[in-house]
Design a protein around this ligand. Sequence first.
Ligand SMILES: [Fe+2]
Ligand SMILES: [Fe+2]
Length: 175
Amino acid sequence: MSLAGTIRTTARRAQSALTPATYSQGDMDILTKLKKEHREVQLLLDKLVDSERAAERKSLLKQIKGALVPHSRAEEKVVYDALRALRDKEAKQDGEEGYLEHGLADRMLATLGKASAGTVEFAAAAKVLRELLNHHIREEESSIWSDVKDNFSDEQREQMNRDFEAAKKKVRVPQ
Ligand SMILES: [Fe+2]
Ligand SMILES: [Fe+2]
């Protein structure tokens, strides 16, 4: 791994260590759960971009899909749809924007799935996916999260986490 990659990885590990791990699954605020999953996917994306071995790249791509696809589908259902149902125009639009960005990430995952893992095309698509998702996560953790905090109580956000977990279980990850 490059020095920059190591620094990013260490910074993220330190950040996830600050996330309370003592919650029982159901009591967790949806935003705490989403943040934890974002950090996990970002770590995998850093590893994917740093990797130069085809077999390792394939295995990392599989792990990224396995984490990201259920996260995205459940987030759409539980978070974005809840925002789209509000009167608040800005919150509605943030929900729409989230859907569009997930669509772009899905397309990039499909491109990666078709590219041969040892090629520069794969390396390029991996970088684009990381840029796209880092941008998406940054926006989500600012705009979407303030919409959620403004519109839903602590109890509602814990319920959203339970719904999120249930929704994730129903998602089929495409090969
Ligand atoms: Fe997310
Ligand atoms: Fe998202």
